[in-house]
Design a protein around this ligand. Sequence first.
Ligand code: E4P
Length: 232
Amino acid sequence: MKIFLDTANLEEIRQGVALGVVDGVTTNPTLVAKENAPFRQHILDICGIVKNGVVNAEVVSTDFAGIMREAHEVASWHPNIVVKIPMIPDGVRALSALSKEGIRVNITLVFSAPQALLVAKAGAYFVSPFLGRLDDIGENGLVLLRDILEIYRVYNYPTQVLAASLRHPMHILEAAKMGSHIGTMPYKVFEQLFHHPLTDKGLETFLKDWGKAREVLGDIMAPAAAAPKAAR
Ligand code: E4P
């Protein structure tokens, strides 16, 4: 499963990318507004950090002509940009036109499987079901994810499922088990994936035991005597 960071914060993106396991970034108007910087330059700065990964940048118009105008503009900024468009009728109409032009579109704010069916038919590159926000209203986001993946498998739709609004590592685990193509998560959740209390405890014990026997063990970085031949 590809891992995307759901943030527009350059420092978080820099730190995540340095770890070598981040495949892309999703932004939305709320996340971008927090950064208080001109939109175009900020998205280009993100592209510069993510390098080979995709960067999702969202339009804010809600009528067909406006969405088309903004989508063409945003897509022209950098080849790695995927244009995010909300799941509204004019958004799907724009998606149908843009996908025929070869512009990659991520349809966002998807909360039902029939919505996901429509966007696959219209040629979406990504579909973004929001799991956490469904959980927030007492529904089950993972059920939605399973339904979308099943429909896409049955009909062989090439649209990639981008599980969004992931709030905790169990969301990521379940999305990966179901075969979601991508999971996008806030930096805080990404950090949580690295940790386990037994890893910390185990490492502490290893280092303590090494320290006790240090004089005998020597220094790993000390110049070697002749190296033994590798076993075949
Ligand atoms: C996805 O692209 C969205 O930006 C995001 O996952 C929304 O998540 P939230 O519900 O945590 O705001």
